[in-house]
Design a binder for this molecule. Sequence first.
Ligand SMILES: Cc1cc2nc3c(=O)[nH]c(=O)nc-3n(C[C@H](O)[C@H](O)[C@H](O)COP(=O)(O)OP(=O)(O)OC[C@H]3O[C@@H](n4cnc5c(N)ncnc54)[C@H](O)[C@@H]3O)c2cc1C
Length: 263
Amino acid sequence: MRATKPIVIKIGETRIDREGIKQMLAALGVSKEGSTRFEKAPDTGETLIELAGRICYESFEIGLNPNVTKIRLDPKDYFENLLRKGDGSVAEHGLVNFVMIGVSRVMTHELVRHRVGVAVSQESLRYVRPKEVNFWIPDELSPKQAEAMRAAVEQSEEAYRALEGSIPWDKMTMDEKKRLTSALRRILPDGLATNVIWSANHRTLRWVIEMRTDPAAEVEIRMVFDQVAQICKRDYPNIYQDFQRKELPDGTGSWRPTLRSKV
Ligand SMILES: Cc1cc2nc3c(=O)[nH]c(=O)nc-3n(C[C@H](O)[C@H](O)[C@H](O)COP(=O)(O)OP(=O)(O)OC[C@H]3O[C@@H](n4cnc5c(N)ncnc54)[C@H](O)[C@@H]3O)c2cc1C
């Protein structure tokens, strides 16, 4: 058994097309001055979300829509108002892609319960025959309990290796290997670490971060979404401006929005 710990890395995100945005603003009749602002905006999904919000009321500048007499120019103020009102649909335009490495199947089973606005690709243990059993031992166990857990995992790994050794892999087709790899994995523990690419839009992210960093959530998924939240707060400061982290006794963070829970 090899000890691991779940880590989250951002590997992709929605990016804007600056030339396309310039063309869009010109086509909508926005003045040169009004469109200059967006030349300096971050090239992330955050800008796309702001544009999506502004197209609804033509609030790119005053005068475009005769009904609009004042607009929030500062993106921070603009997002604050958006979040306060709960206009969450525009947050669906931006997507973030994460890889979660060394997460257990306990965690991924909970992760996939979130169905809306996500994409999931998980390591296949029908195809992949683990060369090592990677496993995270929860910190909340005492040293004695942690040792007992390690022994139990090693026992199941031993049983796995014995079965694996009884199979003539070299003489088998890929399909036969797949069938047996799938059959054998059943004796490996639920806590077996695996890897998953998980992508979600910002509306979903705000919801899942809150749900899964709640003090009542399972500790590993909270460890994962504490990392997700820190990345989001760092890279998209306007969308997550109202998220506050509270450190819990186990070292993980619980994140709550102050403006509106579900947008
Ligand atoms: C602390 C905690 C404990 C839990 N304990 C258990 C447990 O003991 N047993 C268990 O089975 N599960 C448990 N869950 C999982 C929970 O029941 C949900 O399945 C999971 O959190 C997914 O959330 P969601 O339903 O908001 O779905 P998401 O896919 O995240 O959807 C987001 C929102 O979209 C809307 N939505 C999604 N799908 C539909 C739909 N089909 N129709 C209408 N509206 C929809 C809802 O408003 C929903 O809240 C737990 C979750 C947490 C956070």
